[in-house]
Design a protein around this ligand. Structure first.
Ligand code: PLP
Length: 394
């Protein structure tokens, strides 16, 4: 065996969970992606999707993807920089910029590529990046790629952030990066307080709105818009893989910053641009968001109902106030076993286990779509309560 394989063969954690019959990953869906799916040959209720508006299956969104493919073809075969820009990329960038309230938007082939490309392009080696410890992994990777001084602050802890800001050289750039809604625990960033600190210490702000676009604001414009703080935030990041029912991502910002990024963000320049089908789908999803505010109202009705349902049954759900509801278990093995039992009861949820989180922080991530119904939530509440009781978690 060669050296590489000698090292990798020692990694047997997946085999162990497979042997124990609790391996929860890579289950294939063989149906439409809706609130009910066929997964590994079994009909289950989907409470693990990030498609908060349930648009992946919307006829207008599908039709737009098909029409764009018919007109432009299936792939791009080049980066936006060179041969990979279509008129629909440019049109969608204008639409997105207007939607979130910034001068310009730049579309990337994935949300992950936005964070790993934009973050290291912005600040230099004498500057500072201050980031919340629960930020998404794509931000963590973007920060790792940066040559700047990196400062992690405690989750949503403004004292911790201020201490870091105090230790920075006042003459250097200080970029604060946070998730708008934190992806695993569903809590919202303390944006007003961050803005106050940014004013006090002359810092810039970058907000990842992956889980808040399509959720917050009358038409889903996100947390910055919802809190009336769009102008205070320098960069707004979004992804198309959640409420926008497709794949890709974007950064929205002022024209000066956009000009720099278009010519310096390496994951933008050195990666092929997103497909026509994705652009068609996102554009149609955006139109639906603008014209059907009742979708958001329904999503929030369901969210309040589910939050109250879990709280009244004594689940530990942390500080969430959004369609992402963490059900803390705080035990790795139990989290795997509960996920398996729920699947057998007809409920799909995502386990969040170590090493992604510390073993004492493991949880099941329950997430809602605007297309869910109250009876589906009632069914899930009953089953989840039964299984959590079985393992002595509640
Ligand atoms: C907060 C956050 N940012 C960025 C991303 C990356 O987005 P994408 O799936 O489009 O690569 C995700 C997706 O999981 C996310 O949750």
């Amino acid at each position: 065996m060669r050296l590489l394989q000698q090292k990798l063969i020692k990694y047997d954690a997946p085999q162990k969970t497979k042997e124990a019959g609790i391996y929860p990953y890579f289950r294939a869906i063989s149906s439409e992606q809706d609130t009910e799916v066929i997964m590994s040959g079994r009909k289950v209720l989907m409470f693990g999707s990030n498609s908060y508006l349930g648009l992946t299956n919307h006829p207008k969104v599908k039709e737009a993807a098909i029409e764009a493919t018919k007109k432009y073809g299936t792939g791009m075969a080049g980066s936006r920089f060179l041969n990979g820009t279509l008129d629909i990329h440019v049109e969608l960038e204008h639409k997105l910029a207007k939607f979130v309230g910034k001068e310009e938007a730049i579309i990337f082939a994935a949300g992950m590529l936005v964070n790993v490309g934009v973050i290291p392009a912005l600040t230099g080696k004498d500057d500072y990046i201050l980031w919340d410890e629960l930020n998404h992994a794509s931000i963590v990777e973007g920060v790792r790629l940066s040559f700047s001084n990196k400062m992690k602050f405690r989750h949503n802890d403004m004292e911790s952030l201020e201490k870091r800001l105090q230790s920075c050289n006042p003459d250097k750039i200080k970029l604060i990066i946070v998730d708008g809604v934190f992806s695993m625990e569903g809590d919202v960033t303390k944006l007003q307080e961050i803005v106050n600190l940014a004013h006090k210490y002359n810092a810039n702000i970058y907000v990842d709105e992956a889980h808040s676009l399509g959720v917050f604001g009358k038409n889903g414009q996100g947390v910055c818009h919802h809190l009336g703080l769009t102008d205070e935030v320098d960069l707004i990041m979004g992804t198309f893989s959640k409420s926008f029912a497709s794949i890709g991502g974007f950064i929205a910002t002022d024209s000066i910053t956009a000009n720099w990024l278009r010519h310096n963000a390496r994951s933008y320049i050195f990666s092929a641009s997103p497909t026509p089908a994705a652009m068609g789908a996102v554009s149609a999803a955006l139109d639906i968001m603008m014209s059907e505010p009742e979708r958001f109202e329904h999503l929030w009705q369901l969210t309040h109902y589910a939050l109250e349902g879990f709280r009244s049954r004594n689940f530990e759900i942390g500080h969430t106030s959004t369609p992402i509801i963490p059900l803390f278990i705080r035990d790795n093995e139990k989290t795997f076993m509960i996920t398996r039992d729920l699947f057998e009861e007809g409920i799909f949820v995502n386990p969040v286990v170590s090493p992604a989180v510390a073993p004492k922080d493991t949880l099941i991530r329950f997430s809602l779509m605007a297309t869910h119904t109250i009876p589906q939530i009632d069914f899930a509440l009953d089953k989840i309560t039964k299984i959590f009781k079985k393992y002595g978690v509640i």
